[in-house]
Design a protein around this ligand. Structure first.
Ligand code: HEC
Length: 362
């Protein structure tokens, strides 16, 4: 028995050494999907803003060699809706800047991860469309560009920091914000940014890597008073590649204003768990911002119409304060006078998060 076992084993080793076949080549391939043809385009579009060399994620997924060892972990993260960090239950609402995988993309990834993760023909992999055109703003030259007045240093001994600073707009007159954009100084450490007006209770916009410029729907804007200050909250975190070395960042934000003041102004409504808000007059909902202090299992907002019928506005699955987001509705949603906004949370630890609603009176 012993001899037979050894005899069967030796030829295998010989084959492996003889052709320098990597160990994983013996994993049976039972998927028709390959990295180069099917997976790379998805990773490029949905993961590459963070998982590329020089990004905030600990590993790039943009080449087969980098992605392959992560197959099991990728399958788990994708099935748990943990990656990409978007958290929205797709059955509810329609949002701009959607970061989720489609069901088909998810199927393709999981099939590839479980089916032996073949590489495929490099010639079938389209070139990465991701370009880091660091000098240009997609919306064109901003009306007001605000850079951090100093470079923040994440020193050699620190791996993470939250930095809050105030940027003076220096505006001589009230203006109405049409769009906002953000550019990290050092893309390898800026995890997220939150931009708020005044005392910090009115989030203008949030940013995580890959976030496109945020534009208000036409005819709608945010009043930025003369002399206003914008509070910028930055979450810095190093990957293991930068452990032990200091990294500095000087990020910039871009503001675009409406030409005329003839726009409807946005205001923020904060709704806490257990304290529903009844609408005093007709309004439209433009965006939602979960305000979380700790990760929770689920967080949602519902609209209860005057006739008692209920409509979900947003449902978030395991959202985390690590990935702050403003969820911009694809189309504004009507909040009729007399309707009620309710917020619900499911969490293992006590949590009282709030949902902030960007609304416009009709
Ligand atoms: C907005 C940035 C971002 C996007 C987009 C993103 N990731 Fe991640 N991912 C991260 C960061 C950062 C980590 C490191 C874990 C952490 O610190 O939260 C991570 C961790 C992971 C991990 C490792 C978890 C572990 O085992 O440690 C996997 C696997 C992963 N991501 C897969 C993906 C895939 C697949 C996609 C696209 C479908 C994706 N990610 C999109 C930022 C991102």
């Amino acid at each position: 028995m012993k001899l037979l076992g050894r005899a069967a084993f030796i030829p295998l080793i010989v084959v492996a050494l003889g052709f320098a076949v990597p160990v994983w080549a013996h994993k049976p391939t039972v998927t028709t999907f390959t990295y180069n043809k099917d997976i790379h385009p998805i990773f490029d579009a949905k993961c590459g803003s963070c998982h590329r060399s020089g990004g905030v994620a600990p590993m790039s997924l943009l080449t087969y060699r980098e992605a392959f060892p992560w197959a099991v972990s990728i399958k788990n993260e994708v099935l748990n809706l943990a990656m990409p960090p978007w958290f929205v239950d797709e059955r509810v609402g329609a949002f701009k800047h959607r970061g989720a995988l489609s069901a088909k993309e998810m199927d393709t990834i999981v099939d590839w991860c479980l089916g032996g993760s073949p590489e495929g023909d490099p010639a079938t992999s389209p070139p990465s469309p991701l370009s880091d055109d660091a000098d240009s703003w997609p919306l064109g030259s901003p009306d007001l560009e605000l850079a951090m007045p100093f470079a923040f240093e994440l020193d050699a001994d620190s791996s993470e920091a939250v930095e809050e600073l105030v940027l003076a707009t220096g505006l001589g007159a009230d203006r109405t914000l049409r769009a906002i954009d953000f550019k990290p100084g050092s893309a390898n450490i800026v995890r997220s940014a939150t931009m708020t007006l005044g005392d910090g209770s009115e989030p203008l916009a949030t940013w995580v890597p890959g976030q496109a410029p945020q534009v208000f729907p036409s005819g709608i804007g945010w009043r930025v008073p003369a002399g206003a200050e914008i509070r910028l909250r930055l979450h810095y975190k190093k990957t293991w590649l930068d452990e032990g070395s200091a990294v500095t960042d000087q990020s910039t934000l871009a503001l675009y204003f409406h030409e005329s003041d003839a726009v409807k102004l946005v205001t923020t409504l904060s709704v806490k768990v257990g304290s529903p808000h009844t609408m005093g007059k007709d309004a439209e909902l433009v965006a939602l911002v979960p305000e979380l202090e700790t990760p929770v299992d689920a967080f949602s907002a519902d609209l209860v119409l005057p006739d008692g019928s209920r409509e979900a506005l947003i449902r978030l699955y395991q959202p985390s304060p690590d990935w702050p987001r403003k969820y911009w509705l694809a189309e504004p949603v009507r909040l009729p006078s007399g309707s009620r906004v309710e917020v619900r949370v499911t969490a293992s630890e006590p949590a009282t998060p709030a949902m902030l609603l960007d609304i416009v009176s009709r």
